[in-house]
Design a protein around this ligand. Structure first.
Ligand code: AMP
Length: 499
């Protein structure tokens, strides 16, 4: 009730600032109540919620605000320095609304306090009857190539996506949801909307996403559901190794955004009693596309063989695999190609950008390469731009990375293709070791032996203090390849006798 009243006041305040139907309102906020109020007020008044990714480079942040032509930006006080830094380059922003206290001098008289604006606004708003196909929200992709591309979600697509979230992630009104995935990335997977519609409890971590405060929040608030990317769970479980966390309230921890290693799922379950379920999706698919829940009736001892897959296609989504020549391949678990998607919450275009190469006869080309089996379980082996083709055959970097992550000394692993005179390309294993642990190239190669085809085994290895990440915490393999090309790190090449 409190959020509803404040949401109504926010809509009134925005209208008083001149925000009209169709106008874009940016939010530069963490996962908190004010952001939820903006999630509700902005689309319902007919304006468009544009969640700004606070981890983009300043140039990309400027690009997204100007490209979307945001009229107002709502900003958390903790993020004021970020907005202040890019502000001189913003061409369309007429008002800045600040949640909390902070230095707003750079904005002059266009800055308003969120609380004061809400207090001054009337708690009444005549919510318009909107066309269900009109824009409700937008999110820019975080791709590593070119400018970010805007994906617009309609009221219809977001409403239907909520059904996908409820069913796919098995939510009910007795759930207490803790979205760790940021609200600036694909609407936090739709969890705030789906949870709000169902009447779930929403637990907001704000900006305190480090293992220690998250552990305290989990123990104090007892969520039944967690949603986050693998990096978050890796950090949380590492912390739990030394300071046990009581996860007993958590029924399901949904993990996605990049491949989830089997070792992470196994150690979460065996050591900490945390059941991780993998899911797949992308900004363009709102994002729910596939969820790796095991088929009904699977005995507990056999669950893992399903859960390590990328996911089973969600109800409402259609997937197909296409070969190099565009031919549609069978769902037989073997035929490998680019995965294409369509459905009521899959985008058909990008905002103000023509990108015909991303669509194929009305299907979205996901850029993910993999297989689908006859039960509809997807297994992604690579991003199309990250595939490794050695002697004309594909090597799955995702599979090698997942296996390497299971070695007790390995904290993180990335496998990239590097030029090779004989095979055109060969895999290079890039490894970050756990603190105080050792493992050399020969040991890691030996560890993989027998688990994959012999010709997949990397002979080149590099040990790095950390791996480069994108703005949403995924491995930035493009940067890693560029670092390798620039000789930014040392590569160990095993001699033939050591292979
Ligand atoms: P984004 O639009 O930034 O959310 O990125 C979407 C991309 O993340 C997908 O196209 C996949 O490449 C990757 N991704 C998401 N979930 C998974 C998963 N479970 N396994 C492997 N890759 C994933």
């Amino acid at each position: 009730a409190q959020v509803s009243e404040r949401e109504t006041r926010l809509a009134s305040a925005l209208r008083d600032l001149g925000v009209a139907e169709g106008d874009r309102v940016g939010t530069l906020c963490w996962n908190n109540q004010a952001h939820l109020e903006a999630y509700l007020a902005i689309p319902c008044m007919g304006a468009v919620l544009h969640t700004l990714n606070l981890r983009l480079s300043p140039q990309q942040l400027i690009f997204t605000i100007n490209h979307a032509e945001d009229r107002v930006v709502i900003v958390d006080a903790s993020l004021l320095p970020l907005l202040a830094g890019v502000f001189p380059h913003l061409t369309t922003v007429k008002h800045v609304i600040v949640v909390g206290e902070g230095d707003t001098s750079v904005f002059g008289d266009i800055a308003t306090s969120y609380e004061q604006a809400l207090a001054a606004a009337v708690p009444e708003f005549e919510w318009p009857e909107l066309d269900e196909l009109s824009a409700a929200a937008m999110c820019y992709t975080t791709g590593t190539t070119g400018d970010p591309k805007g994906v617009v979600y309609s009221h219809r697509s977001m409403y239907l996506h909520c059904f996908g979230v409820w069913g796919g992630l098995t939510l009910s009104d007795s759930d207490k949801l803790l979205p760790i995935v940021p609200m600036f990335h694909v609407n936090a997977w739709g969890i705030p909307y789906a949870g709000w519609m169902l009447g779930c409890t929403l637990i907001m971590p704000d900006r305190f996403l480090q293992p220690e405060p998250l552990a305290k929040l989990i123990e104090a608030e007892k969520p039944t559901f967690l949603g986050g990317v693998p990096t978050i769970f890796t950090g949380l479980l590492q912390y739990a190794d030394t300071t046990p966390i009581d996860f007993s309230s958590v029924r399901i921890a949904v993990c996605g955004g990049s491949a989830v290693p089997r070792s992470l799922m196994e150690s979460a379950e065996q050591k900490h009693g945390l059941r991780i379920i993998q899911a797949w999706g992308m900004t363009e698919t709102s994002p729910i596309g596939a969820v790796a829940l095991p088929p009904r009736g699977t005995p507990a001892s056999e669950e893992m063989q399903w859960r390590v897959k990328t996911g089973r296609v969600a109800a409402g989504i259609e997937l197909r695999i296409c070969g190099d020549d565009g031919d549609v391949l069978p769902w037989d678990g073997t035929a490998i190609g680019e995965i294409e998607a369509r459905g009521p919450w899959v985008t058909g275009s990008y905002y103000k950008v023509d990108a015909p190469e991303r669509f194929h006869d009305g299907w979205l080309r996901t850029g993910d390469v993999g297989t689908i089996d006859s039960n509809g379980y997807v297994q992604i082996s690579d991003r199309s731009k990250d595939v490794i083709k050695s002697g004309g055959e594909w090597i799955s970097s995702v599979e090698l990375e997942n296996l390497l992550a299971g070695h007790p000394a390995v904290l993180e692993a990335a496998v990239i293709g590097v030029p090779d005179e004989r095979w055109q390309e060969r895999p290079l294993g890039c490894i970050v070791l756990k603190e105080g642990q050792t493992a050399d190239a020969a040991t890691l190669r030996e560890y993989l032996t027998g688990k994959v085809a012999k010709w997949w085994l990397p002979e080149r290895w590099a040990f790095l203090p950390e791996l480069p990440k994108t703005s949403v915490g995924k491995q930035d393999k493009k940067l890693l390849r560029a670092m390798h090309a620039d000789g930014a790190f040392t590569v160990v090449e095993l001699a033939h006798s050591e292979r």
